[in-house]
Design a protein around this ligand. Structure first.
Ligand code: PLP
Length: 397
C-alpha cells in the first residue's frame, strides 16, 4: 500500500481478516478481553504489542486498525492509540523521561501541554528549557548531558507558528535526543514529521483525524519499533487506552480526512485574507499570509497552511468579546478540527493556565480570537463574520 497516495490510503484502511473474507469497513470489537485454547499464545500476547489480542488495555482489533491506519498515513512503523490527545502526550513523555532528565520544548504550545510540562517539572523533577520553534542553534545551546527529548508542534496552537521540523530535529539528532512532534493542527495530509526527522508523532485524534466533534482520542506514531515497544510497555501501566468505539469513529473520520483538510484550508484562506483587509482587525495570524512570521518556512514545509487561525481586533479584549457574542453561524466552543466552525478566546479558555508573561511569550493577546474553520460554504461564514464585525461597538449586544 505504501506507494499509494494518502487520499487512497485513507479510504482503503487495513482491516482484520476473517475466515476467507474481509469486512469492507472495520468492525467494532466491543470486548474487553479474549479467550484462549493455548496458554502459550495467551502468555505471548501479554508480552508484545503485535502478539495475539489478550486484553483491551494491551490491544484490540479495532484499536489496532486505527493504529495501523495512522502509522501508515504518518509513515511510521507502529502506533499507540489512546483515550485522548493528552493521553498520547503523557504516555510518550512520561515513558521517555524520569526524574533529573532534561527536556527541550518549544515555547509556543497548546495550553494543556504547557500545563502538563509544568507538572512534569514540579511533580516529576524533569527540567525543561523552552526555545523558539524555528531556532536549531537554541536547541544546540540548550543541550545538556541529561537532555533526553525535544518537543515541538508542527503548527502551534493558537498563533499557528510553524516549527522548523528539519532544522530542529537535526539539532536534536546530533545530541541523541528523541524528537516528539504534535502534528494535530497539520494532520498527516499537510505534514508527515517523520519524513523531516521526528522520532515520534502525537495527535489529538479528537480534532482533524476524527473530524466530527463526536469523539475523544489520541495517537502516538513511532519511527522505530524499539521506541514503540518501550512506550507501549509504559502505556499499559498508564492505562490511557483507546476505547474500540472511539477508535472506530476515528477510523470512519480518517476516510474523509484528505477531503476535509482541503476544504478547511481553502475556507481558512478566504476568511484570513478578508479579515486581514477589514478595518476592525489589527492582525491575522495564519501561516499562509505573507505577514505571518512563519510564512516562508511554512511555504517550504507544507502544501497548505491549515484550518485554524487567530486574529486580533483593533478594539482589544472588549471587541473580541463582542465579536464572539455577535457571530451566529460560528459556534463559541472548545476544540477544533470538526466540520463546523468554532471560535474561542484562548486567554480565558484553552490557554487560561498561562500567566500574562507566558501568554505574551506565546504571542497570545488579551483580545485574540481563535477560529477553527469548518467545512461550511465560505461565503456563509464570511457573511457571518462580516455582520459580527459590523456590530462591534454597537448597542446590539
Ligand atoms: C495541539 C493539541 N495537542 C493536544 C491536544 C489535547 O488533545 P485532547 O483534548 O484530545 O486530549 C489539543 C487539544 O486541544 C491540541 O490542540
Amino acid at each position: 500500500m505504501s506507494a499509494l497516495r494518502p487520499e487512497t490510503r485513507a479510504v482503503h484502511l487495513p482491516k482484520p481478516e476473517l475466515n476467507g473474507s474481509t469486512p469492507i469497513s472495520v468492525p467494532i470489537y466491543q470486548t474487553s478481553g479474549f479467550v484462549f485454547d493455548d496458554p502459550a499464545v495467551f502468555a505471548d500476547g501479554m508480552a508484545r504489542p503485535d502478539g495475539a489480542y489478550v486484553y483491551g488495555r494491551l490491544s484490540n482489533p479495532t484499536v489496532r486498525a486505527l493504529e495501523e491506519a495512522v502509522a501508515d498515513l504518518e509513515g511510521g512503523v507502529a502506533a499507540i492509540a489512546t483515550g485522548s490527545g493528552m493521553g498520547a502526550i503523557n504516555a510518550v513523555l512520561l515513558g521517555l523521561l524520569g526524574a533529573g532528565d532534561h527536556l527541550i520544548a518549544q515555547t509556543a504550545l497548546y495550553g494543556g501541554t504547557a500545563t502538563m510540562l509544568a507538572g512534569l517539572a514540579e511533580r516529576h523533577g524533569v527540567e525543561i528549557t523552552y526555545v523558539p520553534e524555528a531556532d536549531p542553534a537554541a536547541v544546540r545551546a540548550a543541550v545538556r548531558p541529561s537532555t533526553k527529548a525535544l518537543y515541538l508542534e508542527t503548527i502551534a496552537n493558537p498563533m499557528t507558528q510553524v516549527a522548523d521540523l528539519p532544522g530542529m530535529s537535526a539539532a536534536g539528532r546530533e545530541a541523541g535526543l528523541v524528537t516528539v512532534v504534535d502534528n494535530t493542527f497539520a494532520s498527516p495530509i499537510l505534514c508527515r514529521p517523520i519524513e523531516h526527522g521526528a522520532d515520534v508523532v502525537v495527535h489529538s485524534a479528537t480534532k482533524y483525524l476524527s473530524g466530527h466533534t463526536d469523539v475523544l482520542g489520541g495517537v502516538a506514531v513511532f519511527a522505530s519499533s524499539e521506541l514503540h515497544r518501550r512506550i507501549w510497555s509504559y502505556s499499559l501501566e498508564l492505562g490511557a487506552t483507546a476505547d474500540p468505539f472511539a477508535a472506530w469513529l476515528t477510523l470512519r473520520g480518517i476516510q474523509t480526512l484528505p477531503l476535509r483538510m482541503e476544504r478547511h484550508c481553502a475556507n481558512a484562506r478566504l476568511l484570513a485574507t478578508r479579515l486581514a483587509g477589514h478595518p476592525a482587525v489589527s492582525a491575522v495570524h495564519w501561516p499562509g499570509l505573507p505577514s505571518h512570521p512563519s510564512y516562508e518556512l511554512a511555504a517550504k514545509l507544507l502544501p497548505d497552511f491549515g484550518g485554524v487561525f487567530s486574529f486580533d481586533l483593533a478594539g482589544g479584549r472588549a471587541a473580541g468579546e463582542s465579536f464572539m457574542r455577535a457571530v451566529r453561524l460560528a459556534l463559541l466552543a472548545p476544540s477544533l478540527g470538526g466540520v463546523e466552525t468554532l471560535i474561542l478566546h484562548p486567554a480565558t479558555t484553552s490557554h487560561r493556565s498561562l500567566s500574562a508573561p507566558e501568554l505574551a511569550a506565546a504571542g497570545i493577546g488579551e483580545g485574540t480570537v481563535r477560529v477553527a474553520v469548518g467545512i461550511e460554504h465560505p461565503e456563509d461564514l464570511w457573511a457571518d463574520f462580516e455582520q459580527a464585525l459590523g456590530r462591534l461597538g454597537g448597542s446590539a449586544e
